[in-house]
Design a protein around this ligand. Sequence first.
Ligand code: SF4
Length: 366
Amino acid sequence: LLEQAPRLPGKPRHKTREVRIGSVVIGGNHPIAVQSMTTTDTHDVEATVQQIQALEAAGCELVRVTVPKPEDAHALTRIRERIGIPLICDIHFDYKMALAALDHPIDKIRINPGNIGGPERFRQVVRKAKSRGIPMRIGVNAGSLERDLCEKYGFPCPPAMVESALRYIEMAEEEGYHDIVVSLKSSDVLVAVEAYRLYAQLADYPTHIGITEAGKPPYAVTKSAAGLAPLLLDGIGDTIRVSLLGDPVPEIAAAFDILQATQRRVRRPELIACPTCGRLAIDLEKIVAELEKRLQGKRLPVKISVLGCVVNGPGEAREADIGIAAGNGKGMIFRNGEIIRRVEEAEIVDALMEEIARWEQENQHR
Ligand code: SF4
């Protein structure tokens, strides 16, 4: 068994079609895009634009707004003009709101097939989206699954959710429409993960993944990570949202952290630091805090290991691109498994930063 096991971890990504959402393409080999949703009244253009700009500044790549009333639809063009990322409209219950939103220069529409008023209304929205060249997310939600599927399966289980998605995909395809993204959300991590896994065996439209109604941080971040990580490690997911109660801006950092930890989108240095224990030989917390500060904003996929003593230190430090293992107020600096320098504790951060700059130069075109 050990002989047959893969030496390098990481499954390939689920092969999905490419779908263009304004300036961002998802699916295929495109980076997994991070998205969020505003909490303002969409018709309050000023507040909505302000929140979207705050999300953009945090790194958000796609933004969704709700469109429950005609005045919200009327505001869409004015919002779109003032933001730099693609605008997605989220529609529940009233297909007329979907048709109204599609009169504006939006970049994608999200429909919940379970509550849009039946197949004929769904088809009308599809036909208009097709004629306007706008993609659509078929956003199945366990909490609002069609009644016949709940009756057939007994409860909104993963197969029921996937059947719902496939049913609406088929209708869209019958209309000659293929600009589709799919989500299968549940507030139950196990249900969501199994639904996406099942879907990935049956269809190839890109997926928007997330755990809905995750609640309040910090538990909501942990719960989202618990659901998103198995999917990302399986290669599933083309765009991601971490749903947090309240201000959406922290959703962005949480999403990028999950992508970083699962190595699906590494955009910054990975800082590996030991938890410290009674063997600690240097002031590790101070060193890590200083390093974090000096690495802020650096877009380098370098792995840096900072370990507080020589027991596990050298072994772990060898696994990283650059590492340090401390002992008796000194630090041994490693590069690719070789000790290259020994420095005093006070010089550790400077020495690491010098090595990181050297690594950056050598790996500029990586
Ligand atoms: Fe403790 Fe050393 Fe391990 Fe850090 S590296 S947790 S100090 S044994």
